[in-house]
Write a protein that binds this ligand. Sequence first.
Ligand SMILES: [Zn+2]
Ligand SMILES: [Zn+2]
Length: 220
Amino acid sequence: MTCSWTYEHYCYCLQQAKDKGYSIISFEEVKNISQNQPFIILRHDIDCYLYRALNMARIENKLGVRATYFVRVHALSYNVFEYNAYKALKEIHSLGHEIGLHFESIDFSYITDENPREVFLREKKVLEMVLDISIVSAAAHGEHSPAGPRHNRSFFKSISKKQAGIHYDAYDKTFIRDMKYISDSFGYWREGCMCTHIGKYPQMQILVHPCWWFKDHLFE
Ligand SMILES: [Zn+2]
Ligand SMILES: [Zn+2]
């Protein structure tokens, strides 16, 4: 099958993974995986377009797999309190997927001169309260700042997961160095489409941004 950004190809990739014996899981499920069981942690950062995340959540549910959806509370294109966004997130969660925090705490601590940990804890609390869930996983959003101390990814360099009240940081060495990590950031598989890696590594984290994927055309 020719690689593309269609849901058809996405389904093909996941089916390939299932056929090759992988468990496809969320971050919170990692602890339940038995030794020697190959697995893929399926991660989605919802940078924008929540409805595209819902499309993926439904597709994955039909295929019997789960993912972690990382949600922002400062996004320009969606608002977790808004009717359609709220309903979409509730549905994603009810389909068995994990909701995590796509945090921007370092960015906002620079803008407002606040303590980044306090900003993080408030972002987390907002998402937990609006959806009535507990959040155990977090992933840094990386749109505003270049790499370095002002990037959200530097958050866990000075603050422990325990201090942040979470169990899993998607950028922890365990998930990006100790296992194969690939990403479609900027609408581009830097190392080739996910289908070319599946089957080559026993443990993987695959980051798929729902905003790049579509049924027939990116404009839909
Ligand atoms: Zn492909
Ligand atoms: Zn992001």
